[in-house]
Design a protein around this ligand. Structure first.
Ligand code: SF4
Length: 322
């Protein structure tokens, strides 16, 4: 079966006075229908640039997609005009951000903003769209939806604003939802509720989800498959169970070893020595080699290719060469 989304060799650069930031330098992954793919990695590794590249929202200048393709239902999004992309955004591919306030218009009532999105994409009369907004607010557990639709964004908490964004996503029943750190800014008690709403969207509406998070716990409970990013590249991907039980890449192993457990003395937690490389001048060869305990001579000069080491489990690392 053809994947819903297929990203191939995608490279997105930013041309700055300091030099070229190679935020993405050739990433490939796919998402099947009804699947949740988790994208994990440290802050600055390129997760959000992946999302904005798919949405066609890379600010240009200074950003530019320099190579690759983004096939959505078999069609390359990079070949579409801005007008064609506008039709796809929201209706076919919706996105929710870490900070929902940045996506809501502060001077418009939140119910109207949801109704307007329904009207713009489905041409539903605005009165009918408002009723739909009330229904959706109830569905995402916003208390007293009839009153809530008349509130402005500043009158809602962060969790409520994120629910409004999810209601907006639900309203158009998108084929793909991109959720970029959707719970990072929220209290732990609210996080679980938001994640369960995303799960409902996937399960009951059949949407696929690209779930971006630095939180491996969130990914392990939500995703079917996971891709691990490091310095603008994907270094490992596979099914959640396999990857979390037997991580292959030393970076993934380091990430998992660094998760604190309740019965563990935090002074004994493993750390990944060093920091993410400068994206303007990343190390040659494997970008992880300055931090890698297994680094070999070849790692310093030649980038390792992706290789399937086990069924549905691929890694880019010379330690797994034949
Ligand atoms: Fe380490 Fe080399 Fe593997 Fe990179 S390719 S992770 S440096 S062993």
């Amino acid at each position: 079966m053809e994947p819903l989304l297929e990203v191939k060799d995608l490279a997105t650069y930013f041309y700055t006075d300091e030099g070229i930031i190679k935020a993405l330098d050739g990433i490939s992954f796919s998402i099947n229908e009804g699947e949740i793919l988790g994208l994990v990695g440290e802050t600055g590794c390129g997760k959000s640039v992946t999302a904005t590249s798919i949405m066609g929202l890379i600010p240009s200048p200074p950003g530019k997609i320099v190579r690759g393709s983004i096939l959505f239902k078999g069609k390359d999004l990079l070949s579409l005009s801005e007008q064609q992309m506008r039709r796809i955004r929201g209706k076919d591919i919706a996105m929710i951000f870490q900070d929902p306030a940045s996506s809501l218009n502060p001077v418009l009532r939140v119910g109207f903003q949801v109704a307007e999105a329904i009207w713009a994409h489905l041409k539903t009369p605005i009165r009918e769209a408002m009723l739909k907004a009330v229904e959706l607010f109830g569905l995402v557990n916003i208390p007293d939806p009839h009153t809530a639709v008349n509130r402005y964004p500043h009158q809602l908490s962060g969790g409520m604003k994120q629910r409004v964004m999810i209601a907006m996503a639900l309203s158009l029943n998108p084929k793909l939802l991109i959720a970029d750190e959707p719970t990072t800014a929220l209290d732990v008690s609210i996080q679980a509720q938001i994640l369960s709403l995303i799960k409902i969207l996937q399960r009951d509406y059949g949407s696929s989800v690209l779930l971006i998070s630095h939180d491996l716990g969130v990914i392990s409970t939500m995703a079917h498959r996971v891709a691990v990013m490091y310095s603008g590249l994907i270094v490992e991907q596979g099914r959640v169970e396999g990857l979390f039980q037997s991580p292959l890449h030393p970076y993934t192993q380091g990430l998992l070893a660094a998760i604190p457990r309740v019965d563990e003395d935090i002074s004994e937690l493993a750390v990944i020595e060093g920091t993410l490389p400068n994206p303007i001048n990343p190390p040659a060869g494997c970008r992880f080699h300055p931090r890698c305990p297994w680094a070999m001579e070849i790692c310093k000069s030649k980038r390792p290719a992706f290789k399937a080491v086990k069924p549905y489990h691929e890694v880019a690392c010379y330690a797994y060469a034949d």
